[in-house]
Design a protein around this ligand. Structure first.
Ligand code: ATP
Ligand code: MG
Length: 569
């Protein structure tokens, strides 16, 4: 392709609202343009990259016998009412009406549509399993669209759905899918981790996210380099406390005045204790009312773990306004002793003695509190958030590292959630009707490309991993109107194209400096710079974008070496 013919509107400045580097560089490199908040047009260079991601995904999905389909983006409300998500999905679902006043939505995901197809067509165990996937536009009316196409409202997703007769078979496909995702993100040149993820109220440990490690990520990932255990921090397990021997004599419970001392730090300082000797009581609210969670003073409560433990629909820290409706609760002085609420305690509390809690009275705390004597705990469980340097729960020596991650993929065993609600059943060998077991598996196509930029860039621009680059080679003549240079450039171009190497020839009459800057910005892995001085010595310059290293190579011999140079990148 000749540069002058391609629509690559590069910019010197980043858009004012761009917070992350991938957003800035995608706009500057002329890959995307915003149409409305979270809604983007993908321009030719951007589309070349997205197609690369898609192609890699397709190959890996086909490899595990996935069959590609293309489902409608507009979906009738009836299906969503059947699955009970019409109300549950909330404001992220873009609802629309047709001319007859019938309700539809723009699909944020396709469980309903696919389950509807399969329930109508599949009747017998003989027709299962089935694995279908599509690459298609989704719409989610995100609360905070940002980061360009990384968190858009309209975005491209690969979504796959599988249908099975039994759990073992579901698990087999799930494992194959995890391997396919690993292949995909490796081929995309990403540094990622497969992490245990929250499967919410669906239950089981059968959800994993694929997180690309990058500071701009919106998730926290906890992992242990010693044994490889990795989890979304929402779920990362803490190591149970080592058994401890209680002190020979135990303190009596005592009320102490702590005027104005509300936070753990205040109380610890005031009583000259460490935060480890204090138990924090956190009030949370769910659909049934208030609950209390206890964690050690230097720990943080984890609402996701607690929500999964209780099995409620939602759970969030109770605000002052909620607490003020309960006159018996005093903000900053709430404690578990005599508290008339369900009390859940972190495991670590079971190894504590002689500790301090709020006394449910303004400006007062208890000291010398004992679990078995003074507290009524509904359940002990792991309900705290792990932090860096906490011991790994899976191995002896390791400790947690915590890094930010961008979720590029998510795999899930759904069980019979949708098949039961929508009556997707099959007849088994005995002629008995059973609900199909389902799995679903998503990858954000645009988010994957953006994540690749987050991991691969420098101050000059994008540094594409080889397999995602829109072109592998760019030829940059110092002056294309010079007949000799033109002939050489055209020869290199024709030969590379013939070898199947996607090549861009910068035939513009711009100054060399500008062309070199653009080449760096676009991030094409290999630049061939053709100038009169080097050429008169029978040489051309080759610059590797990743290392910014330039070398002179003999012309025309170098043309034959390009494929192997590229392979090594
Ligand atoms: P997030 O927690 O980031 O909102 P999600 O859990 O809602 O993601 P899924 O429903 O699992 O995401 O969607 C599958 C994949 O689609 C995600 O792993 C991600 O790569 C991509 N994706 C989700 N939301 C967006 C978005 N707003 N913009 C771009 N890609 C997205
Ligand atoms: Mg989301």
């Amino acid at each position: 392709m000749h540069f002058s013919k391609l629509f690559i509107p590069t910019l010197k400045e980043s858009p004012a609202d761009a917070e992350v580097i991938s957003h800035k560089l995608m706009v500057r490199a002329g890959m995307i343009r915003q149409v409305a908040s979270g809604i983007y047009s993908i321009l030719p260079l951007g589309l070349r990259v997205l197609r690369k991601v898609e192609q890699i995904i397709r190959e890996e999905m086909n490899q595990i016998d996935g069959q590609e389909v293309f489902l409608p983006s507009i979906q009738p409300a009836e299906l969503w009412i059947e699955s009970k998500r019409w109300d549950f999905y909330g404001k992220e679902l873009l609802r629309i009406k047709d001319r007859h006043g019938r309700e539809f939505c723009y699909g944020p995901t396709h469980e309903e549509v696919i389950t509807d197809i399969v329930r109508k067509e599949v009747k017998s165990y003989r027709q299962l399993p089935i694995l279908l996937y599509q690459i298609q536009t989704k719409f989610r009316d995100e609360v905070r669209p940002r980061f360009g196409i990384m968190r858009g409202r309209e975005f491209m997703m690969k979504d796959a759905y599988s249908f099975h007769t039994d759990e073992e078979d579901t698990q087999r496909t799930y494992n194959q899918m995890a391997q396919a995702y690993t292949n995909i993100f490796n081929r995309c040149g990403l540094n990622f981790k497969q992490v245990q993820a929250d499967s919410g109220t669906i239950g089981g440990s059968f959800s994993h996210e694929f997180a690309v490690l990058a500071d701009s990520g919106e998730d926290d990932i906890g992992f242990c380099e010693s044994c490889g255990y990795a989890s979304n921090l929402e779920l990362a397990e803490s190591k149970p406390p080592a058994p401890s021997t209680p002190p020979a004599t135990r303190q009596e419970i005592k009320e102490v005045e702590t005027p104005g001392q509300k936070s753990v730090e205040d109380v610890a300082g005031f009583l000259n204790l460490s935060a480890r000797q204090i138990v924090k009581t956190i009030l949370l609210e769910n659909e049934h009312g208030l609950v209390a969670g206890l964690v050690r003073g230097d720990h943080e409560i984890n609402p996701v773990k607690l929500k999964n433990l209780i099995g409620c629909e939602w759970l969030q820290p109770a605000g002052e306004e909620v607490i003020s409706r309960h006159p018996e609760l005093h903000c900053g002085y709430v404690g578990p002793v005599g508290l008339d609420l369900p009390v859940y305690a972190d495991c670590e509390i079971s190894a504590m003695y002689d500790f301090v809690t709020g006394a449910n009275k303004t400006s007062t705390h208890f000291t010398g509190v004992q679990v078995e004597r003074d507290l009524k705990i509904k359940q002990f469980s792991d309900i705290r958030t792990v932090k860096a340097d906490d011991p790994c729960p899976r191995c002896e020596r390791g400790v947690y590292q915590v890094k930010r991650g961008i979720e590029v993929g998510h795999i899930f065993i759904l069980g019979t959630k949708y098949s039961s609600a929508m009556k997707a059943v099959y007849l088994d060998q005995q002629g008995k009707e059973n609900a199909m077991i389902m799995g679903c598996y998503g990858i954000g196509v645009g988010r994957t490309a953006a994540a690749a930029i987050e991991q691969n860039h420098d101050d000059k621009g994008i540094v594409w991993p080889r397999n995602l680059a829109p072109f592998q080679v760019i030829i940059i003549p110092v002056n294309y109107s010079n007949e000799d240079l033109k002939t050489v450039c055209d020869t290199i171009y024709d030969q590379l194209q013939e070898t199947g190497i996607e090549t861009l020839l910068d035939d513009r009459s711009d100054r060399l400096g500008g062309k070199l800057k653009d080449a760096d910005l676009l991030g094409i892995p290999l630049q061939i710079i053709v100038g009169p001085k080097n050429l008169s010595a029978g040489q051309v310059e080759i610059k590797i974008r990743k290392t910014n290293e330039s070398d002179l190579h003999p012309y025309p011999e170098v043309i034959a070496d390009i494929p192997s140079i590229l392979k090594g990148l």
